[in-house]
Design a protein around this ligand. Structure first.
Ligand SMILES: Nc1ncnc2c1ncn2[C@@H]1O[C@H](COP(=O)(O)OP(=O)(O)OP(=O)(O)O)[C@@H](O)[C@H]1O
Ligand SMILES: [Mg+2]
Length: 361
């Protein structure tokens, strides 16, 4: 068990800043998902925590103990890689036993632990097989069993499910989550799949370009994105963004864009006055735009395109030069070219500073 702390962590590969000053504190026993686009530094971060990569600057602490200069074998961490990385020439039993053989555990202890890990992962019937005789999901379970057999203080997983088909992924997702809850091992889990992140993580760390964008519970990341990057990265379809100006007329305050003028409530007025700008980026998620609502928060447009997904209908609306996307129930029938009024939920919109891109409300 361990609390993991990263302080000012940097890793440069020549001119590439794979990690550009990461500060992150992970509580003991938490399941943390690292989420971000390809190349943002997720794997590099795991490798720095495990000791496989030497950091350029900054510290890594386990339970306040500085492990930055310790080799991987002295850190009590295990890593599960994206490619299964089970040894093809070894039977399942020997694959799982391998880390203990290296550490010269005695035979009885090895047997006991292999049995324990194999039962947890539901592969105890397969101990005599070679990896080539297993399905993808079973092979991945062997990799996980091998990673937990020494009961590491920290478990690191790098997109462990990305090679599996969709159905198996969903199954393994819940299995891994339950396994972690049972073991209580601090886990850092890398993915670029936001559904995986939302459903598995106690906490989510969103990264972009080597920097931590936000660290919070899944619902915080979704409802209170700290900046435009997080707001746009989480949620599907993506949040709508529009430039607006904060203005006053006859003692009333409004947010005005090219296509609407929305009244602003009193508490928000005070908050907006405290910022150093009158211009903002207005953000609203497709699921917060409806076919009914308050007139003051409506806009009229033309149905441009619909995607009928069964459970949902994704509606693309053209309003003058702007394009808005709404997520509606699946049974909604709309014709392309039809005039339509859509309503934004006044409680659900976000405002961002146009230069810093930080959330202001
Ligand atoms: N050994 C290396 N030498 C040079 N550059 C590297 C090396 N390893 C990673 N990088 C660069 O560092 C950046 C971060 O890479 P990293 O593998 O951590 O990204 P990632 O978030 O894991 O991406 P993905 O989702 O594609 O796996 C990338 O720009 C990558 O090209
Ligand atoms: Mg990676």
């Amino acid at each position: 068990m361990a609390e993991v702390k990263m302080v000012g962590l940097k890793k440069y590969f020549g001119a590439v800043r794979a990690l550009d000053g990461i500060d992150l504190e992970i509580e003991d026993g938490k399941f943390v998902v690292l989420l971000g686009p390809s190349g943002c530094g997720k794997t590099t971060l795991l490798r720095c925590v495990s000791g496989l990569e030497k950091v350029t600057d900054g510290r890594v602490l386990f339970n306040e103990k500085d492990v930055t200069d310790l080799p991987p074998k002295s850190r009590n961490v295990s890593m599960v890689f994206q490619s299964y990385a089970v040894w093809p020439h070894m039977k399942v039993y020997d694959n799982i036993a391998y880390p203990m053989k290296i550490k010269k555990y005695d035979r009885a202890e090895i047997e006991k632990r292999v049995e324990w890990a194999a039962r947890l992962l539901n592969i105890h019937e397969l101990l005599d097989r070679y990896p080539a005789q297993l399905s993808g999901g079973q092979r991945q379970r062997v990799a996980v069993a091998r990673a937990i057999v020494l009961e590491p203080a920290v478990l690191l997983m790098d997109e462990p499910l990305s090679n599996l088909d969709a159905l198996l992924r969903v199954m393994m997702r819940s299995e891994l989550k339950k396994l972690q809850e049972r073991l209580g091992t601090t886990t850092i889990y890398v993915t670029h799949d936001q559904v995986e992140a939302m459903t598995m993580g106690d906490m989510i760390a969103v990264m972009n370009q080597g920097k931590l964008q936000q660290y919070g519970k899944p619902e915080e990341i979704y409802h209170k994105p700290a900046n435009m990057f997080v707001a746009g990265f989480i949620g599907s379809p993506r949040m709508n963004f529009l430039n607006v100006e904060f203005m006053e007329e006859k003692g009333e305050y409004y947010l005005m864009s090219d296509i609407f003028r929305f009244p602003v409530g009193n508490e928000k007025v005070q908050e907006l006055k405290r910022t150093n700008t009158k211009k903002f980026v207005f953000g609203i998620r497709p699921e917060d735009i409806h076919l009914e609502g308050e007139k003051e928060y409506s806009v009229e447009g033309e149905v441009y395109f619909t995607e009928r997904l069964g459970a949902d209908t994704i509606l693309h609306v053209k309003v003058d030069k702007e394009r808005l996307v709404a997520k509606l129930p699946g049974d909604v029938v709309l014709k392309e070219g039809e005039r339509i009024t859509i309503y934004m939920d006044p409680e659900k919109f976000h405002l961002f500073h146009p230069e810093t891109e930080q959330a202001v409300i």
